[in-house]
Design a protein around this ligand. Structure first.
Ligand SMILES: [Zn+2]
Ligand SMILES: [Zn+2]
Length: 213
């Protein structure tokens, strides 16, 4: 448990130390069992995985955190059916989980109360946008959204045509430097924890795309 490392420095001659723990006794037992046999972790189930995950993350037990995330991937539908509060699962952990899920897996989740789906989508979108190949630009001439690869093959209908070295007429999209994907798609900002209705109402239904500029 890396969490305790700063309290247990090598230079300190401590034979015994008292640790008081505030957590579910069953979860604590689970953790103790795990520590004695990390290669053979005790069984996880939908009812315990969130508590173990949060404890493991807090105690900086990285392999266990990873183990829980991998288990959670397959058990998410069941976890959502249980009355478990998921608001205390950190954004970092959700980001890890989102990396293990395909977008359509998130879409298939039955999460009527939106305990986790919106936050997972947000994290998934963030991860996609962080990939350079998926960087979104907006054309200064035609206002279309394009990726760097798209710019190589898609003609811009409004850009002033230029001649390339072979004498071909080309018209490439030109990125509008003032346009910011995070402002254009507010779902991708840190206000993602706001209820879905509040988020939707931030953007008037009839706003034109130019309102974001
Ligand atoms: Zn264009
Ligand atoms: Zn973002």
């Amino acid at each position: 448990m890396a969490y305790f490392a700063p309290y247990l420095g090598d230079d300190r001659r401590v034979d015994e130390i008292d640790i008081s723990v505030h957590c579910d006794v069953h979860i604590f037992e689970w953790l103790m069992e795990y520590i004695h046999q990390p290669a053979k972790p005790p069984i996880l189930d939908a009812g315990s995985v969130i508590s173990v995950l949060i404890s493991a993350d807090f105690l900086q037990m990285k392999p266990l955190t990873k183990h829980c995330i991998e288990f959670l991937r397959g058990a998410l539908a069941e976890v959502l059916r249980l009355p478990i509060d998921l608001s205390c699962v950190s954004d970092n952990l959700l980001g890890e989980l989102a990396l293990h899920l395909e977008a359509d897996e998130i879409e298939r989740l039955r999460d009527k109360k939106d305990k986790i789906a919106s936050r997972l989508y947000t994290r998934k979108l963030e991860a996609h946008l962080a990939d350079e190949a998926n960087t979104l630009h907006r054309c200064a001439f035609c206002s279309r959204i394009f990726t760097p690869a798209q710019r190589n093959w898609e003609q811009c209908p409004r850009a002033p045509p230029l001649l390339d070295f072979r004498g071909n007429v080309i018209a490439e999209h030109v990125p509008n430097r003032q346009w910011d994907v995070h402002r254009a798609f507010p779902v991708c900002e840190l206000d993602m924890c706001a209820p879905a209705t509040a988020r939707r109402s931030r953007r008037p239904a009839h706003s034109s795309p130019d309102d974001d500029l």
